[in-house]
Write a protein that binds this ligand. Sequence first.
Ligand code: FES
Length: 261
Amino acid sequence: MTQTAADSPARRQRAQIKERTLRTDQWWRYPLVTFIIFTAFLVYATWAIFDMDYFVSPYHAPFASPCLATSCPEEARLFGLAPFGDWYTWPPGILILGLPAGFRFTCYYYRKAYYRGFWLSPPACAVGEPHRKYTGESRFPLILQNVHRYFFYAAIVIGLILAYDAVLALVHKPGGLGTWILIANAILINLYTLSCHSCRHITAGRLTHFSRHPVRYKAWTVVSKLNAKHQELALVSMFSVMGADLYVRLVAKGIISFPFA
Ligand code: FES
């Protein structure tokens, strides 16, 4: 096999520059803020998964939805079902946590953000990283990031379930503040999901003639507009899901109890 210039050992070596960076701006702010925000989210998510005040009729905390265990209150069960038998006694949120978490963890935006904020690989553009080797995402374990496209399908289902929860809240408590918080969250979560790069590829990624597929072309143009805002939607939906989840739990605990809660 012929070796190309891009494959050559000389090409794979890093540039030999002594200075860590020649940048003079505050490049460290992005990775630092990312680190703080994502750490706060992880701490909150860990607490929420084990907190059992996830339902107060008609509100369902997003981190515990869908509720599929027999330990869930009957009203909280998705379509009244509890497919996991009595043997399952752990918090119900653990059953579904892997799907939204896997979707975000393998998201292109989040990968960029936590590679910079947590692994400093690299911390910013044109800033040297502390690691000696770089193999990209071409080897185990990072090659597993390619499963993102499959998490996308699971995220579609989770997004629909959150929308269903919001509709239930609207039907049973249209004047409740929690209802509108759940609706706003469901919209943002679904916009984030639809703005996914995998979604854009699915709509029309392999077409060579847009003119022969007008519906898919239309879908692609809509998704492409959302995709341009993917980073913003990733962050805003992260805050919205955390805020909605916390709100429901505070109502369930009786900490928030005003009449229109
Ligand atoms: Fe971010 Fe798919 S690329 S959710």
